[in-house]
Write a protein that binds this ligand. Structure first.
Ligand SMILES: *Cc1c(COP(=O)(O)O)cnc(C)c1O
Length: 466
């Protein structure tokens, strides 16, 4: 398989190249030149397989020829052995009939682990194959940082520098990152905001010579390997809920559009998925785009579902590429206009395609809180605010008479990760799983740095030069 850029001007790469490259050289995102298919008989076979075995089967065509299925299978097995539920991604039913897809049984309790646990192992494998190394530099406002650290810790060939805004992540989130005691993990608390952290990372990458010398790489959600790793749980959930005989719909709490895009990829491959419902919090650029046909930027307002507090959904570009007939140069012009004007009107056929395959809605903070309380009441269980955004939209926006297929709601975080919001909604504080409870006593490892590029660069050079 070869990969092409959504903006039509970057070299075609194989999987190994796309994995290490992240963003394409023309500013676009890599997508496969052609999607493999999953047949009804594949789906029937999958019912008898373990999660890691389905992962190896689904992902094999995407990683060839860089990796063979014999290379991939043990990496998938090892990645998903790190999950504390034997089903890896279990599916449970609510009293009101929806199904929750529990994506939070990985080491850091958010859905980011599902892709990143595999990604860390793929990086290590590809670097060993090439005899190379890489310096991963990232910025986090919470979930991504700890998931990336857990994925890369102690892996050969990788140094990881993770920036977070000092004093602006929760204590649990900070401790999840800083209590990792591994020589290749470097936590940096920047005296500034999350945007300052992101700007520092961008500035570091902007220097081509430095980027090349340090082999800078990224783990953010524009990496194709993350998207494709996420298609697997759409497949396993569909099979569990009746595929291939019966179709399934999904409602997905959305920030950067990586999770729901994976559902669209699974659907294009032939998995019987009916509706994909895009659910946002009050930062609702995607729901507004779906409603009005215009993508327009507005201020980010903090919410109780911070992993979805975004201005622009970077992976949405991959969907625009598909819906626009895969015309890279035209999309490059559109994205340039969007950058300069903060506004993009979707072409009529693109908007029609969006509405044909997706529904979209946004949930207010009051609705989220009410949904957490309602589930606690009816099911005696606690759900996190990101999950509650999706469940709110799945319930409120159901067609008259209800969804015609089973509705699977993506549950993207363990409630204990967002304990304050859950406590506020229900009066109950979710219990920390043992792995998290132990963090309180561990030593923290972090370096405080000013919001200054030269200082950061000196730090990265000193810690990561080989
Ligand atoms: C990252 C994240 C999301 C949003 O996922 P996208 O792929 O960015 O749409 C939702 N919920 C949680 C808990 C997350 O960490």
């Amino acid at each position: 398989m070869r990969y092409i850029s959504t903006r039509g001007d970057a070299p075609r790469l194989d999987f190994g190249g796309v994995l290490l490259e992240g963003l394409a050289a023309d500013g676009g995102l890599y997508v496969p030149d052609e999607l493999p298919t999953i047949s009804a008989s594949d789906l029937a076979d999958f019912a008898a397989l373990e999660y890691h075995e389905v992962a190896a089967r689904v992902l094999a065509p995407f990683v060839a020829p860089s990796l063979s299925v014999d290379d991939l299978a043990p990496l998938a097995q090892d990645a998903y052995a790190a999950f504390t539920h034997s089903d890896v991604v279990p599916v449970s039913a609510l009293a009101s009939g929806e199904h929750l897809v529990e994506l939070f049984w990985g080491p850091t309790l958010s859905f980011k682990d599902v892709a990143l646990q595999l990604l860390g192992r793929l990086f290590e494998h590809e670097l060993a194959r090439r005899g190379g190394f890489m310096t991963v530099v990232g910025a986090t406002s919470g979930d991504t940082g700890s998931a990336a650290i857990e994925a890369c810790r102690d892996r050969a060939g990788i140094e990881l520098v993770m920036l977070h805004p000092a004093g602006r992540v929760t204590e649990i989130q900070r401790r999840q990152m800083t209590t990792v005691d591994s020589p290749n993990i470097h936590n940096v608390a920047i005296d500034g905001t999350f945007d300052d952290c992101q700007d520092l990372v961008k500035a570091l990458f902007a220097d081509r010579t430095y980027r090349e010398r340090m082999k800078l790489g990224a783990v953010n959600s524009i990496n194709w390997a993350r998207v494709v790793a996420q298609t697997v749980y759409y497949v396993t959930t569909a099979v569990r809920l009746g595929a291939p005989e019966r179709a399934v719909s999904f409602c997905v709490p959305t920030g950067n559009f990586g999770n729901v895009l994976a559902g669209d990829v699974a659907r294009r491959m032939g998995v019987p998925i009916d509706r994909l419902v895009v659910a946002t919090n009050h930062n609702d650029i995607l729901a507004r785009t779906h409603r009005t046909g215009e993508m327009s930027i507005s201020e980010v307002r903090p919410s109780t579902s911070p992993a979805m507090d975004i201005q622009v959904s970077s992976n949405f570009e991959r969907l625009l590429f598909e819906l626009g007939g895969r015309r890279g140069h035209a999309l490059a012009a559109d994205m340039a206009r969007f950058r300069s004007e903060d506004l993009l009107a979707l072409a009529p056929e693109v908007l029609a395609g969006l509405r044909a395959g997706f529904d979209a809605g946004s949930a207010t903070e009051d609705e989220v809180s009410a949904t957490i309380a309602a589930v606690n009441e009816a099911d005696e269980r606690l759900i996190d605010p990101h999950t509650a955004v999706a469940l709110t939209v799945a319930r409120r926006d159901a067609p008259t008479g209800g969804w015609t297929t089973p509705m699977a709601v993506m549950s993207t975080a363990h409630p204990a990760k967002f304990g304050e919001a859950v406590l506020g909604a229900t009066g109950c504080r979710p219990e920390l799983p043992p792995a998290l409870a132990a963090l309180a006593d561990r030593e923290e490892h972090l370096t405080a740095l000013p919001n200054d590029l030269a200082t950061l660069r000196e730090f990265v050079t000193a810690r990561c030069t080989r």
